[in-house]
Ligand binder design. Structure first.
Ligand code: SAM
Length: 228
């Protein structure tokens, strides 16, 4: 892949990843079925003075000709589909042979984030307990982890769906060893600073092929190349 290549991000929302690629010189198309999501991306691009194309559309029926893009990416989207095959087939259709597909997901499973969610729920429920809202507090802790409609697809199912859609050299990895936390402002700043220091360890974790990273990590990543 090289600057000047065409990238499509599906379910782009705030388009953070596309903005990164645009800065490297890629031509970016952002697709989302939510106008509000696209507006968040437009705002990010406008604030950074970046050019990009924003398209309203459904990833299950993309209005692009086959083999149109060099890179197709989606982040935080596939986990919301009960049938992951359909959107993957469609994204691979618009990818050129030799092009790269990548997706990240936040799956429904135990992970390091589950502990963090518990921490967040305990803090929030504590506030309710102090004001006598015991039922609400209990409900809050009980609902951890709350997966908000996320499917239960396993990493190997994503890998299989990618292979069946026509990708080769498909890899599936567990990623994101450090959870999102709800800390007081000073703690949050210190945590973000620490995360920056721990970035090399984080990168090593994300690139590891071992089974335990799939188990502990709070995300999945799959990537592969479209067969020529
Ligand atoms: C959790 S957000 C992720 C946004 C962004 N990729 C990110 O990582 O911050 C999921 C996005 O997928 C979009 N989406 C969900 N189903 C879609 C579909 N069928 N077609 C296109 N976009 C979809 C939603 O509107 C939303 O913007």
């Amino acid at each position: 892949m090289a600057p000047g290549n065409e990238m499509l991000e599906c379910g782009s929302g705030s388009a953070k990843v596309s903005a990164h690629f645009r800065r490297q010189g890629y031509k970016c198309t952002m697709l989302d079925y939510s106008e509000a999501g696209l507006n968040a991306g437009r705002a990010r691009f406008a604030a950074a003075g970046l050019a990009g194309r924003f398209v309203v559309g459904d990833v299950n029926a993309l209005g692009f000709q086959a083999s149109r893009f060099d890179i197709v990416y989606s982040g935080g989207m596939l986990e919301f589909f009960s049938d992951i095959r359909k959107p993957i087939v469609e994204m691979v259709r618009v990818l050129r042979p030799g092009g790269v597909f990548a997706a990240t997901m936040v799956p429904r499973k135990w992970s390091i984030q589950t502990l963090a969610d518990l921490e967040i729920a305990v803090i929030r429920s504590g506030k309710r307990l102090l004001t006598g809202r015991i039922g609400e507090a209990w409900q809050m802790v009980r609902s951890v982890p709350n997966h908000y409609g996320v499917n239960s697809a396993k990493l190997r199912e994503y890998v299989r769906a990618c292979e069946d859609a026509g990708l080769v050299s498909v890899h599936g990895l567990g990623i994101s060893p450090f959870p999102s936390l709800a800390l007081p402002a000073s703690g949050q700043i210190a945590y973000v600073r620490a995360l920056k220091r721990w970035r090399p360890a984080w990168n090593r974790f994300d690139r590891s092929q071992s089974r335990w990273t799939e188990w502990v990590g709070s995300g999945y990543r799959v990537y592969g190349v479209k067969a020529r």
